[in-house]
Design a protein around this ligand. Structure first.
Ligand SMILES: [Zn+2]
Length: 705
């Protein structure tokens, strides 16, 4: 694959705007609910956007809607009293907000088309925490409610001040990444939508650990920049107008059927382009395999071509191929598994040094990645891991548009589960380095390198049961628990689910879920419904224990005893006679003599398995004896412990709980096995020894933060 990529990279055009523009090609993929015509002019001196938007909102519910709610996300960065700043302490994902330049958005005017001015009726509200100083949500009462099935158009003028780069947005020098930059309407949920009890706005405040939620719509944006700036944005560029007098250029982008719009600009960007040509990247064998696995035609399995644009820092020019390769791995890996990526463009952003807070973020058809100065690929695959992960969000939270405020596991965790598979498949073990508090833990000092899957387990086992997987993003115990629960624990949960139902069935579950809910807004129960339907089994108890509750799974070999049955004392009836064996008689029996007559020692073997955690899952146990025989047992795990007894002429050699390693969720694997002769099966156990060592190290280091 790599050789072929290299050949492609030489043939591919590296620069220039050679998209074919034709309005007729901009087909909608789904019914628009909230569509935006955005206009913004950048003032690079003040880092201000002078903007306007025309919002077309369809009330696609059977309810009359009397008020509107909007997100003003940028106000999270207005001052230290915002809910975001209070929760985060001005720090997100290791990035500290310097406070050099704050960010905010002011709604200058809001007017209903052919209707009244609503500006003065706007009120800040705080539906989540009542923090009166938080200005990230506004409510606007309407004189006349929006009737079911009716559309309204609103004209909004706004000014956005971009902060110094922090939490996915802002500026750094002449670099801009504009995310969450315009007033955005919330989601009206009718009763039953995402299992809502009653109708109402779903419009949360901006929280430190939460991302976003929006309806699909058709977006167009006219961005005016100084003419020396290069731009990358959501969707396809359809127009470019230069104003020579003002030395500005207005770029028009369009993208139907997405949930958001972001853009980036910088004069010094290298803007590189390359095509993902599906027929070249996907082999006939892969296509046939996909069609067979999912029971679909090869046409249905086929991927579509995508123009990839890379907005690259000039000092990272040597990393262009790595970015393109990772994007192609994503387009192919996710596309074959979950259905083709239906958009024609994908833009990758490489933020400059010092603007890391703008990296590692996803927007429709537009992702920000991240790299360092000439990082050697064989040690660090941060660039690849980030690019594949951020691309994966095109599926989990973009195409399948879940509520990131309330169900972060369904975007971050589903994506981590899928990204892990693709990284291990494309880049092999060690694809992602283990980094704990910034320190490289594996792959150095002679320690083995880890697969991405093993890294997920490592992080999970450091914090397995602090929170259930499912929580409002701001309700986890802390940022660390949000991260572990939403990303790694979910991946481990889905791995366990996959092991229990088998990989092919799980692949069909994820495919069915992705396809059925594409362009919709499923919730946890919708996913569970697909799991049970496609697998033909009821996994509700599994969800109950790990998604809805924070149970801990840990089985342990508690005790193993092989007692030689030398003699029995007491009164025995033998051949019609009664014989008494007392202490004196027993000591006289010559066992060596009886052995020589072909008699074998008899052992009473007792194996006790204990459930250490409060989670209950049926589990297999395999008991190996020194004569090579094996006893297989199955335990429902309901009681606290179980004892298995075997009277055999051989002692227990070793015991293995969960021998097929189905229970990825078992927090401690070092107590899953027992063996009589320690070094004998050491090789088989070595993996868990290493894990044990790392686990302890993580716990030890956690004590210092
Ligand atoms: Zn993510």
């Amino acid at each position: 694959m790599e050789l072929r990529l290299n050949r492609l990279s030489k043939a591919a055009p590296l620069a220039g705007l050679c998209l074919m523009f034709s309005v007729g090609l901009f087909g909608q993929l789904t019914k628009p609910i909230a569509s935006y015509d955005l206009k913004a002019a950048l003032d690079p001196k003040a880092h201000m956007l002078h903007g306007s938007e025309t919002l077309t909102w369809l009330n696609d519910s059977p309810d009359s809607v009397p008020v509107l709610r909007f997100h003003l996300y940028m106000n999270a960065f207005k001052n230290q009293k915002s809910t975001f700043m209070r929760e985060s302490g001005g720090q997100l994902r290791g990035d500290q907000f310097g406070g050099k330049e704050w960010g905010w958005v002011d709604v200058k005017s809001m007017r209903l088309e052919n209707g009244p001015d609503l500006t003065r009726a706007i009120q800040f509200i705080q539906p989540d925490d009542g923090n009166k100083d938080d200005q990230t949500v506004i409510e606007v009462p309407l004189a006349t409610p929006v009737k079911p099935g009716a559309s309204i158009r609103l004209n909004i003028d706004f000014e956005t001040k971009l902060p110094t780069v922090f939490a996915r947005t802002g500026f750094h020098g002449t670099f801009y990444l504009a995310g969450q930059w315009f007033p955005k309407i919330g989601v009206w949920e009718t009763a039953g939508f995402r299992h809502a009890q009653k109708a109402g706005w779903n419009c949360h405040q901006f929280h430190a650990n939460s991302e976003f939620f929006a309806n699909f719509g058709d977006y167009s944006a006219e961005i005016t920049l100084p003419s020396d700036y290069k731009i990358g944005a959501t969707g396809e560029m359809v127009d470019k107008k230069e104003d020579r007098a003002k030395k500005t250029t207005t770029w028009t982008y369009r993208q139907p059927s997405v949930i958001d719009f972001a853009w980036t600009a910088q004069p010094t960007y290298l803007k590189l382009e390359r095509d993902f040509v599906a027929a070249r990247e996907v082999t006939p064998v892969e296509l046939a395999r996909t069609s067979k696995l999912f029971g679909i035609s090869e046409d249905q399995a086929r991927l579509s071509d995508v123009r990839i644009t890379l907005m690259l820092q000039p000092e990272h020019s040597e990393q262009a191929d790595r970015y393109f390769r990772a994007a192609i791995a994503g387009l192919k890996g996710f596309g074959l598994r979950f259905g083709h990526y239906p958009y024609r463009t994908l833009t990758l952003v490489d933020p400059p040094f010092g603007a890391g807070g703008a990296g590692g973020m996803e927007y429709p058809t537009f992702i920000s990645c991240g790299t360092g100065w000439r990082m050697p690929e064989d040690v660090f695959l941060v660039l690849e891991g980030t690019t594949v992960h951020e691309f994966g969000h095109q599926f989990f939270m973009q195409l399948v548009a879940t509520n990131e405020f309330e169900e972060s596991w369904m975007d971050e965790g589903f994506n981590t589960y899928a990204t892990t598979k693709i990284m291990d498949e494309v880049y092999g073990p060690s694809a992602l380095p283990v980094r704990i508090f910034g320190i490289q833990m594996a792959g150095w000092f002679g320690l083995p390198k880890l697969t991405a899957a093993a890294e997920n387990r490592l992080a999970y086992s450091s914090l397995p049961d602090e929170d259930p997987i499912l929580r409002n993003a701001w309700s986890y115990a802390n940022g660390n628990s949000y991260a572990v629960s939403s990303y790694m624990k979910t991946a481990i949960f889905l791995d366990t689910l996959e092991n229990l139902m088998g990989p092919d069935t799980m692949a069909r579950v994820m495919r069915t879920y992705s396809q059925r809910w594409r362009f919709h807004h499923p919730d946890t129960l919708d996913f569970l419904q697909v799991v049970n339907e496609v697998s033909g089994r009821d996994f509700t108890p599994l969800f109950d224990q790990f998604v809805f509750h924070a149970r801990k799974l840990d089985y342990k070999v508690d005790a193993v005893e092989s007692r030689k049955l030398e003699t029995w004392m007491g009164v025995f009836d033998e051949n019609g006679k009664r014989r008494t064996v007392g202490v004196a008689e027993a000591s006289k029996i010559d066992f060596k003599a009886s052995q020589q007559k072909g008699h074998k020692d008899l052992y009473e073997n007792t194996v006790r398995i204990r459930r250490e955690g409060d989670a209950v899952l049926p589990v297999d146990v395999r008991i190996h004896f020194v004569d090579g025989s094996i006893e297989k047992q199955h335990w429902d795990g309901i009681e606290r412990w179980v004892k298995f007894k075997f009277e055999k002429t051989a002692k227990v050699d070793w015991v293995q709980i969960d021998p097929l390693r189905k229970h990825e969720l078992d927090v401690n694997r070092t107590n899953d096995s027992w063996q009589d002769h320690y070094p004998k099966k050491l090789a088989a156990r070595w993996g868990s020894q290493f894990e044990f060592w790392l686990q302890n190290l993580v716990l030890w280091m956690s004590a210092f933060v």
